[in-house]
Design a protein around this ligand. Sequence first.
Ligand SMILES: Nc1ncnc2c1ncn2[C@@H]1O[C@H](COP(=O)(O)OP(=O)(O)OP(=O)(O)O)[C@@H](O)[C@H]1O
Length: 223
Amino acid sequence: MFARTAASALRGSSLRAMSTAAAQRASSSARRSAAVASSLTAAAGLTFYALSQPSLELEGPKTIAGEYKTVTERSFVMLKPDGTSRQLLGKVINRFEEKGYKLVAIKSLVPSEALAKEHYADLAGRPFYPGLVKYITCGVPVIAMVFEGKDVIRQGRRIVGATNPLEADPGSVRGQYAISVGRNLIHASDGFDSATTEIGLWFSDAEIASYKTANEEWVVSDN
Ligand SMILES: Nc1ncnc2c1ncn2[C@@H]1O[C@H](COP(=O)(O)OP(=O)(O)OP(=O)(O)O)[C@@H](O)[C@H]1O
């Protein structure tokens, strides 16, 4: 639109060049208009060039869950009371670490009812919700953890397995160690938004460590 306006101004000014003074004014106005038109054409060309290029991977937002799809991505993982009671913590940490994920926060706590309700707020209307909150707050501690690494959210869900152990891959934690959906041992964030909410709910920034593991390059490099 601006390019068209400038071009028509350019045409108008040539028609008005009757006297010398008028011709000089018209010529200088034409030069200005031509300059505007040329820079607008260049801008339009650049825009066209940018739009015709394959889309670039833009950086995503950085939250307490790091940056999605990068080595800083984080997931909230929680061993539930049945997992603590059955002393499966070592096995769970081992699976994440052997895969190449880094433990950046861990604590043992008996969650308050308010914390358990908030964590499972999206399930508040479900019939099993009261029982779920009672189980999470039963007095046996949960082990709250944050693991970090590329794709840890999606890979973490695979390590954990489907909600119902009957459908969980046999190699997953739930597939190998659980039988009942109400005692499925472990939780892991199911998306970047929930990881952000959950890590923020269970941990402060100060409780999350930033460090390099000795084998990091061997785990993350794409060559
Ligand atoms: N039908 C059910 N009966 C009893 N408990 C259930 C049932 N469905 C889900 N739960 C409990 O509620 C938890 C949360 O359910 P959700 O649907 O969010 O699955 P999930 O995301 O795989 O589990 P989690 O959030 O614990 O990782 C389940 O892990 C399980 O402990």
